[in-house]
Design a protein around this ligand. Sequence first.
Ligand SMILES: C[S@@+](CC[C@H](N)C(=O)[O-])C[C@H]1O[C@@H](n2cnc3c(N)ncnc32)[C@H](O)[C@@H]1O
Length: 242
Amino acid sequence: MYREFAHLWQQISAPEDYTEEAAELREVMFDLLQGGPEPYRPKVLEMGVGGGNSLSHMTDFVDAVAADLSPEMLEISQRLNPSAEHVVGDMRTMRLDRTFDAVIVLDAISYMLTVDDLHSTFETARAHLEPGGVFIAGPDWLDGITPVPNLSCKLGKADELSYAEYVHDPHPADSQVELIFNFFIPQPDGSVSVEEDRHLHGIFPLETWLLTLREAGFESGTRRYNADVSGGSGYYITGVAI
Ligand SMILES: C[S@@+](CC[C@H](N)C(=O)[O-])C[C@H]1O[C@@H](n2cnc3c(N)ncnc32)[C@H](O)[C@@H]1O
């Protein structure tokens, strides 16, 4: 989805879908940052920015650097968020050799499939923060908290395509769930092409998140948000760099 089908992203996900989430995130971030010299515009690094929908609600009040593995997704975010600097980077390994007031990874953290992946991402965040700097992650899934709808299917229709999203947990004992997308894309000649895209997401217990974050040099905690409106697990995992 994030390379070959990146051009479809804005059909299945729009900035408006992230309005409530962004408002909740803003509140949590400013609360953890505990202010700063006025007028306070924190420097924020968002890793896994994707199409920049979340970021589009933040650029009014932060100075942002946006990173993603996919150059195609960065291009979409760059168009939506021209004031932000955009860089290609893997959240597990990237090093920009500068620090920020906050590092955030929202739904993209779900692409971390192992505890080692989580640990590497937290180390990346720590490397971009001074002591007191803030880290916020927004996982889609929390083992034992977020029910994984076994064999659930969601349908969506946008202007140029329809899609089905099928989520299942084939092996509940491991730390992964699978999402399968089918896109139905009308073609100029009247035919419809069908494309399949499979994703794996990581699912870990809350204690694993908190412990792994502590091991990477953070005081760890959680903040709740209203998942009924914004989707996701309803938990932000938060860290303050030690
Ligand atoms: C669901 S999209 C993010 C959407 C975004 N929240 C928005 O508002 O548009 C997930 C993104 O995570 C990125 N991603 C996955 N693994 C990554 C990694 N290891 N490092 C950086 N980005 C990654 C994908 O390329 C994709 O753009």
